[in-house]
Design a protein around this ligand. Structure first.
Ligand SMILES: [Zn+2]
Length: 86
């Protein structure tokens, strides 16, 4: 599956806006999707795709495609430490 630059942009925007947390308790669930929307790219996670769930500090569950969870973790870590030099 090709990685979508659009997904990366959305995830970066959501991190900047605070819609996605910079810190989570880690992956709480991994399994096959059920057609629910990905918290990263806003497209459904289909039944044939892997879905990863994480819990936020305010006990919300967020879910991602495998490619989106990787993007989220990558960008969240960048923000969590020092500000990225962009
Ligand atoms: Zn996604």
């Amino acid at each position: 599956m090709p990685s979508s630059p659009e997904a990366a942009n959305k995830i970066r925007e959501k991190l900047a806006a605070g819609t996605l947390p910079h810190v989570a308790h880690g992956i709480t669930f991994a399994g096959y999707g059920a057609g629910r929307l990905c918290s990263g790219c806003d497209t459904p996670i289909l039944t044939g795709e892997m879905e990863y769930e994480a819990e936020t500090r305010d006990r919300r569950t967020i879910r991602f495609h495998v490619r989106c969870v990787l993007l989220w973790q990558m960008h969240a870590r960048q923000r969590g430490g020092s500000e990225p030099a962009e």
